[in-house]
Design a protein around this ligand. Structure first.
Ligand code: NDP
Length: 444
């Protein structure tokens, strides 16, 4: 049996009931086959893959808090510190009822390669809780965040592990967590990113993942003889990534015609009104059913359906496993030329394969959505310098990073005879740097 298959089998046996983690490991290891096979003896002796798929450590803890009725609630908190061979652990905190250890491990594993691709000194980690901020009062969210940080603060620090936002964790949650960290530790340091601008946040961090997605997509299109201007774009999700992806796509001259949340989706043939979307999601924290009040000609549909709309470019920006094989078939039948993942692992493996086989340009999340973590690393730099850069400065660096990421993965794919396979390119380019650092640092 090949080294890759052996390690994958061990992962499944050792981590039962973690299907998302298995999926992420399989996708990465499968596309690393040519690199592993070229160095098999050395990597086996080093047990490099076994070390790569085993987190450095993982924490699971109780998060008790009191709701507005005086009832004590108990959630579970997680932090997985996966790999710090190229820098302090870095990765967001997800607050969503679906969170479990397997989900956090899949996200942490992906984060290793994503962070490496940025070429910035950040390792891979991820955390979160099964707490649902939706429908909770500000006081309840604060009570949860304070309790969560009371335990988490033991494991993190500006040079150790620097969490950030993710699904359900926005500026409000980061603010409450930062306040609690500071109170317990009595240090004012850049321990979290995605902070508010008045206390160490970076300009352009809010926009970074969505904007970065479009910078990379534009470069991918350009290198394949297309442009963003005039294209029809389907976006899923209506959170941080989706909103700023839609905004940047429209600034580039494209028309974004869809968005969605976990209840339903919107089709707006005249182009999504991003200001209305921001008002609904960022200010009112309401559902997408409200969108019709702003745009009477739009349609609201319950359930899933974004990928049935005719589009040139699809940008899944909601969550994992939200674009299935039948969606890929509909996109191809409708003439879609590119899919770029704003979310983490939104496309299932068979859907990805189908898209690639049918000539659709496919940019995987670990490259396409790396703008968020890259800008978080820029926030860390500003915190260390005790300086703030302008929006233009940060946005300019972000653009350069995304263009470089695309060329890194494009070159890596070509080096291994996989031209145009950006999934393999991203995994290979991300892996090479981490593997070199792990080997250089000895058995640890
Ligand atoms: P938000 O919480 O801001 O938004 C998430 C969006 O996805 C919401 O519209 C939400 O709808 C929808 N959604 C969440 N879960 C589901 C589900 N199970 N089914 C259908 N829709 C769902 O999160 P972000 O925009 O920050 O994150 C989106 C994705 O991007 C995630 O995969 C995240 O890991 C990834 N990502 C985020 C980065 C960032 O900087 N924020 C960086 C890199 C990746 P509803 O409101 O109804 O729940």
């Amino acid at each position: 049996m090949s080294y890759v298959d052996e390690v994958y089998e061990k992962v499944v046996a050792k981590n039962p009931a973690e299907p998302e983690f298995h999926q992420a490991v399989k996708e990465v290891l499968d596309s690393l086959r040519p690199v592993i096979e070229a160095n098999e003896e050395k990597y086996r002796r080093e047990a490099l893959l076994e070390r790569l798929v085993e987190p450095d450590r993982q924490f699971k803890f109780r998060v008790p808090w009191v709701d507005d009725q005086g009832q004590v609630q108990v959630n579970t908190g997680y932090r997985v510190q996966f790999n710090n061979s190229i820098g302090p652990y870095k990765g967001g905190l997800r607050l969503h009822p679906s969170v479990n250890l397997g989900i956090i491990k899949f996200l942490g594993f992906e984060q290793i390669f994503k962070n490496s691709l940025t070429r910035l000194p950040i390792g891979g980690g991820k955390g979160g809780s099964d707490f649902d901020p939706k429908g909770k009062s500000d006081r309840e969210v604060m009570a949860f965040c304070q309790s969560f940080m009371t335990e988490l603060c033991k494991y993190i620090g500006a040079d150790t592990d620097v969490p950030a936002g993710d699904i359900g964790t926005g500026a409000r949650e980061i603010g409450y967590m930062f306040g609690q960290y500071k109170k317990i530790k009595s240090v004012y340091e850049g321990v979290l990113t995605g902070k508010g601008l008045s206390y160490g946040g970076s300009l352009a961090r809010t926009e970074a993942t969505g904007y970065g997605l479009l910078y990379l997509t534009q470069e991918m299109l350009k290198c394949n003889g297309h442009e963003m201007n005039g294209k029809v774009v389907a976006v899923s999700g209506s959170g941080n990534v989706a909103i700023y992806a839609a905004q940047k796509a429209q600034q580039m001259g494209a028309k974004v015609v869809t968005c969605s949340d976990s209840n339903g989706w919107v089709y707006d043939p005249e182009g999504i009104d991003v200001a209305a979307l921001k008002e609904i999601k960022e200010v009112q924290r309401a559902r997408l059913t409200e969108y019709k009040k702003y745009r009477p000609n739009s349609e609201y549909h319950e359930g899933r359906g974004v990928w049935t709309v005719k589009c040139d470019i699809a940008l899944p920006c909601a969550t994992q496993n939200e674009l299935f094989l039948e969606d890929a078939k509909a996109l191809v039948a409708n003439g879609c030329i590119a899919v770029a993942e704003g979310a983490n692992m939104p496309t299932t493996m068979d859907a990805t394969e189908y898209l690639q086989k049918n000539g659709v340009l496919f940019a995987p999340g670990k490259a396409a959505n790396a703008g968020g973590v890259a800008t978080s690393a820029l926030e860390m730099s500003q915190n260390s310098e005790r300086l703030s850069w302008t929006f233009e400065e940060v946005d300019g660096k972000l653009q350069q990073i995304m263009v470089n990421i695309f060329h890194n993965l494009d070159d890596a794919a070509k080096r291994y005879g996989k031209e145009g396979d950006y999934v393999a390119g991203a995994n290979i380019a991300g892996f090479e740097k981490v593997a070199e650092a792990m080997i250089a640092q000895g058995v640890c």
